[in-house]
Design a protein around this ligand. Structure first.
Ligand code: ATP
Ligand code: MG
Length: 280
């Protein structure tokens, strides 16, 4: 049984003439690291809102089809039940952070679930440590930079010890080093703790390096569902819909790497690829 199964799912915002999601089909297994990418307005955020209960609990609309999590419909679960299973990081950290201090922000979810104070303290410490911001514990949230807010939002989601982490462009305010660090943390959580990761991201370099599978969305539909090397070998298609191809993959394509199997996705792979060409 898939951990998450989306079947023929469509969603319409109220008063919107066009559905934002059209006939979505996808399966996510326990321990998967799934990337979602696509141009602006493709429906990426809408899809994440269908996984964490924002839709239908806080955002109305009309839907068809099913989304099952651990075999039961997401739409039949309460927000409290969902919050134990699905940790969310939203696209806009400003809108996510509600507490005056970082420690309170991380305590909010576990307190609502009624965990004892000692357990909550431990979870907060562990989550801050994992994301690499233990020094921010006592900071007022208004004093945080955009990137720090994004890390606090990720730590707050982790403090719930969820089965699945759903992140909507969690590195948009981070520089390249900060972005890499977040992906390394997510990779660690995924590989060491078996947390399933679903991440919306425009930075395809990182998706190529870390995701097991990529879903490419365009105009509300999943147009590609494949492993990164398969996705990025479909250069024309991606250019047409406006999805960036990792630079190293594009360069290798220009240098005559026609066999998609050997196209490099990371700088390390690119190094080997170019070395092989120079030896010829
Ligand atoms: N609350 C809403 N009411 C009506 N339409 C909405 C609402 N939120 C989003 N939409 C529309 O639904 C479509 C999908 O939007 P969504 O935010 O899911 O796209 P996205 O892929 O996340 O885009 P971006 O990359 O810009 O974040 C867009 O056409 C958008 O205008
Ligand atoms: Mg979005």
């Amino acid at each position: 049984m898939a951990l998450l199964e989306i079947k023929n799912f469509s969603f319409n915002y109220p008063q919107s003439p066009q559905p934002a999601l059209k006939e979505i089909n996808a399966r996510v297994g326990k321990g998967d690291f799934i990337g979602i990418t696509g141009p602006t307005g493709a429906g990426k955020s809408t899809l994440t809102c269908c996984l964490n209960g924002i839709i239908p609990h806080f955002q109305a609309g009309k839907y068809q089809g099913t989304i099952n999590l651990q075999g039961a419909s997401i739409f039949d679960r309460s927000t409290a039940q969902l919050s134990r299973l699905v940790g969310s990081v939203f696209q806009d950290p400003e809108a996510q952070i509600i507490s005056a201090e970082v420690e309170q922000e991380l305590a909010f979810g576990p307190e609502n679930l009624g965990f004892p104070p000692a357990e909550i303290k431990k979870r907060i410490g562990d989550a801050l440590e994992l994301v690499g911001i233990p020094e921010l514990r006592d900071r007022p949230t208004v004093s945080l930079s955009g990137g720090e807010k994004q890390r606090v939002a990720i730590a707050a989601a982790l403090a719930m010890l969820p089965e699945i982490l759903v992140l909507d462009e969690p590195t948009s305010e981070l520089d390249p080093a900060g972005t890499d660090e977040i992906f390394r943390v997510l990779n660690l959580l995924n590989k060491k703790q078996g947390i399933t990761v679903i991440i919306v991201e425009q930075k395809t370099e990182q998706l190529a390096a870390y995701a097991d599978r990529l879903l490419v969305l365009n105009e509300g539909r999943i147009v590609i569902d494949a492993e990164p090397w398969q996705v990025f070998s479909r250069r024309r298609e991606l250019e047409e819909i406006g999805v960036k191809i990792p630079q190293v993959t594009r360069l290798a394509g220009m240098l005559g790497g026609n066999d998609s199997y050997t196209l490099p996705l990371t700088v390390e792979q690119g190094y080997i690829f170019i070395e092989r060409i120079l030896r010829r």
